[in-house]
Design a protein around this ligand. Structure first.
Ligand SMILES: Cc1cc2nc3c(=O)[nH]c(=O)nc-3n(C[C@H](O)[C@H](O)[C@H](O)COP(=O)(O)O)c2cc1C
Length: 353
């Protein structure tokens, strides 16, 4: 429950609402649903509240119902969200994303299906190479250098809009098999130009996106990067690659935290074991070996586990997703569990926690 400062931003505690897609936007525009779900989380006591993956262009969305930030109406909506999150005493944070070859699918509750490029609501996904995510998906369009330049510009435009909307932290989504991860991973990146080859070449897009985002995102505000620390596939991106990459990001001096997730690049992944805190060793190793702040995420459900991770300096932040879906007031309950008085908005001050 101790505060933490990144640049000019101080979060009141180490608990983060991890990004969670809601598949409830219309043409990329947020709705009442987003207000209620993030509003509840903001009032629940987390130090930092992330929006779901917010996409940089219509064809960058995972589904036709994903949130976007590429036009003025969306910027006005995101301003409402950032204001609401701040009202709860949390730092408003936004994850910005491009879905790459995993774009053009239905919502998860409609099944694990893609939408064919010529079907209503569908489009042809873009990717580093024309290799589909799964055998039943269409071959994605291999991005040209021109497409890459457009994508970099769109990331920067979205970051600029996010800043104007009042967000204080921007996170680049370079995990879970989406575009930036697809460039990083040898499974999905078979390019022979300067964006493919060794790790430095595969990381070039991420670095160029960071340059462009940093050019519009103020120096006093933090930038986080979410990585899939391993692909869990033989011949894929490894934790060793992630440590090297994290060192490069630390040396740049403009990235403040690595949010340490894993997996998502291809269906043949074999996750060794999914248990409480199973991804914490990645956050711990990157923190120790690359000397950069990290966030731990994945199956953190109990306040004791969250406290153990922070107190033993295995990570600087804990990101929680499903526990906060079940109970947005989890952070306030955790405070009370440890004998502390949660800070509540005035409307909730008579709550029995
Ligand atoms: C409904 C839902 C939506 C998610 N959407 C995103 C997302 O937009 N971006 C992202 O990086 N991760 C997303 N995730 C992954 C979570 O942020 C988190 O990494 C994962 O659920 C593991 O944490 P947990 O065990 O606390 O749920 C999502 C998870 C859930 C359950």
């Amino acid at each position: 429950m101790q505060p933490i400062t990144f640049r000019a931003v101080t979060a009141k505690n180490r608990i983060v609402v991890s990004p969670m897609c809601q598949y409830s936007a219309i043409d990329g525009l947020g709705q009442d649903w987003h207000i209620q779900t993030l509003g509840a989380k903001a009032m629940g006591g987390a130090g930092i509240v992330f929006t779901e993956a917010t996409h940089i262009a219509p064809e960058a969305r995972i589904t036709p119902y994903c949130l976007g930030l590429w036009n003025d109406a969306q910027e006005a909506f995101m301003t409402r969200l950032a204001t609401l999150i701040s009202y709860g005493g949390a730092i408003p944070a936004i994850q910005i994303a491009h879905a790459g070859r995993k774009a053009s699918t239905v919502a998860p509750w409609e099944g694990e299906r893609h939408i064919a490029p010529d079907a209503p609501g569908g489009w042809l996904p873009a990717a580093p190479s024309a290799i589909p995510y799964a055998p039943d998906r269409p071959n994605p369009h291999a991005m040209t250098e021109g497409d890459i330049a457009t994508t970099i510009r769109q990331f920067a435009e979205t970051a600029g809009r996010a800043y104007r909307a009042g967000f204080k932290i921007v996170e680049l989504h370079a995990a879970h098999g989406y575009l930036l991860h697809e460039f990083l991973s040898p499974i999905s990146n078979h390019r022979t130009d300067r964006y493919g080859g060794d790790l430095a070449a595969r990381a070039r897009l991420l670095m160029e996106v960071l340059d462009a985002v940093r050019a519009v995102w103020p120096a006093e505000l933090p930038v986080f990067v979410r990585l899939s620390c391993t692909d869990w596939i033989e011949g894929g991106h490894t934790i060793e690659d992630s440590v090297t990459l994290a060192r490069w990001l630390r040396e740049r001096g403009d990235v403040d935290l690595i949010d340490c997730s894993s997996a998502g690049i291809a269906p043949q992944q074999k996750i060794a074991s999914v248990h409480p805190g199973y991804q914490v060793p990645f956050a711990e190793r990157i923190r120790r070996e690359a000397g950069i702040a990290t966030g731990a995420v994945g199956m953190i459900r109990e306040p004791e586990l969250a406290a153990e991770i922070i107190a033993n300096e295995r990570a600087d932040l804990v990101f929680l997703a499903r526990a906060l879906l079940a109970d947005p007031a989890w952070p306030n309950r955790a405070a009370s569990h440890f004998g502390l008085k949660p800070e509540l908005v005035p409307q909730y001050q008579r709550a029995l926690i």
